[in-house]
Design a binder for this molecule. Structure first.
Ligand SMILES: Cc1cc2nc3c(=O)[nH]c(=O)nc-3n(C[C@H](O)[C@H](O)[C@H](O)COP(=O)(O)O)c2cc1C
Length: 368
């Protein structure tokens, strides 16, 4: 074993990650009727073979209308489970842990695939009626969503619970609720998208209610050894929005409900927000939430270099780093980071000659 912090194991509940590198959830827009297929197996499988400690599968609709696009992954029926079981088995066989991001896209649902322009899809063009806390459109180009009534809120929570149970049946070890990027959970948190006058809107306590109820219901529905966390947008980058102080308060309450980690992202709810996208720009959110809410955090956002990732773990800014775009360019980002940092390279046996090694770390460990 190495003492390189990025390559030290990390334990949440009974799950030990082999290192601190997670593959951030990334929509592939390649599902059909919510079903994953060979693309998802190859994509996630390659990154598991590529050495990451945790792979989080993309934003996954808890209902058909919770998808961002018709190509988004879903888990709203039992028929989705068998292929996912094959996928999770493969990822685990490579030494990585497997998670899934459960989400509802709210007022940002019903869009065309990005490579088809990504614009809102009309109901008569394959789209569907969107829902949100309030009837406030995301942008001038977006349709006005329908405000959820109490029965609608209860149904969404029930959908999250059913999706969480199916995820466990499919072999996922980590559930991440999608509470970021302007999707439904985030929409309830933000005063910009939540203008409700009932107990789900107005005060901060009321705006937190839907997220807390959803989290609590999911946590209660899955076995104790399942790791459950949430991604938050820790700043909306607009004065008066949900910010890092709000995120600390919410994280503290989530921790009391059994949250295992906060994945610290930002933005996505306000189209005109000016986001200072520089290397590691969201790391201060992770640092503050870790220090003040005192639970494990993942840092994400323009973390592209092994040394950068290792340093932020070493400094105690975060417990995990999540890599997104850099891992699209390099599925072996984690193995190459190990080479750069001089850590043990936990390559699959089939790839050892590519790494100038004769035995895998796992084999070495076994041999003592
Ligand atoms: C192709 C693509 C798809 C994405 N899909 C998701 C998603 O499903 N859920 C999510 O929370 N973030 C999603 N993101 C955001 C990433 O998870 C990550 O937070 C963001 O890209 C910043 O990290 P990076 O600088 O390492 O790319 C996506 C990003 C990309 C590039």
């Amino acid at each position: 074993m190495t003492d390189t912090p990025l390559f030290t194991p990390f334990k949440m509940r009974n799950l030990t990650l082999r290192n601190r590198i997670g593959i951030s959830p990334m929509c592939q827009y390649s599902a059909v009727d919510g079903f994953a297929n060979d693309w998802h197996l190859a994509h996630l499988g390659a990154r598991a073979a590529g050495g990451a400690g945790l792979i989080i599968m993309e934003a996954t609709g808890v209902s058909p209308e919770g998808r961002i696009t018709p190509g988004c992954h879903g888990i709203w029926k039992d028929e989705h489970i068998p292929f996912l079981k094959r996928l999770t088995d493969f990822v685990k066989s490579q030494g990585a842990a497997i998670g899934i991001q459960l989400g509802h896209a709210g007022r940002k649902a019903s869009c065309a695939l990005p490579w088809d322009g990504g614009k809102a899809l009309a109901v008569n063009a394959g789209g569907w009626q969107t829902v949100a806390p309030s009837a406030i459109a995301f942008s001038d180009e977006s349709p006005v969503p329908q405000a959820l009534d109490k029965a609608g809120i209860a149904k969404v929570i029930a959908d999250f619970v059913a999706a969480a149970k199916r995820s466990v049946d499919a072999g996922f070890q980590v559930l991440e609720l999608h509470g970021a990027h302007g999707y439904l959970l985030h929409e309830f948190l933000s005063p910009f998208s939540n203008a409700r006058t009932d107990e789900y809107g107005g005060s901060e306590e009321n705006r937190f209610r839907f997220v807390l109820e959803t989290f609590k219901a999911v946590r209660a529905a899955v076995p104790d050894d399942i790791v459950v966390g949430i991604r938050l947008s820790c700043s909306e980058w607009v004065e008066g929005g949900f910010d890092v102080d709000s995120a600390v308060r919410l994280a503290t309450q989530l921790k009391a409900l059994g949250a295992d980690f906060i994945d610290c992202s930002s933005g996505g709810n306000i189209p005109h927000a000016k986001i200072p996208s520089t290397p590691g720009y969201q790391v201060p959110f992770a640092h503050k939430i870790r220090a003040e809410a005192k639970l494990p955090v993942a840092a994400v956002g323009i973390i592209t270099e092994a040394v950068q990732a290792n340093e932020l773990i070493a400094k105690g800014d975060a417990d995990l780093v999540f890599i997104a775009r850099a891992s699209l360019r390099d599925p072996h980002w984690a193995l190459n980071a190990a080479v750069t940092l001089g850590a043990d390279v936990d390559a699959p046996s089939q790839y050892l000659r590519g790494y100038n090694a004769s035995r895998t770390t796992a084999a070495k460990r076994k041999a003592g």
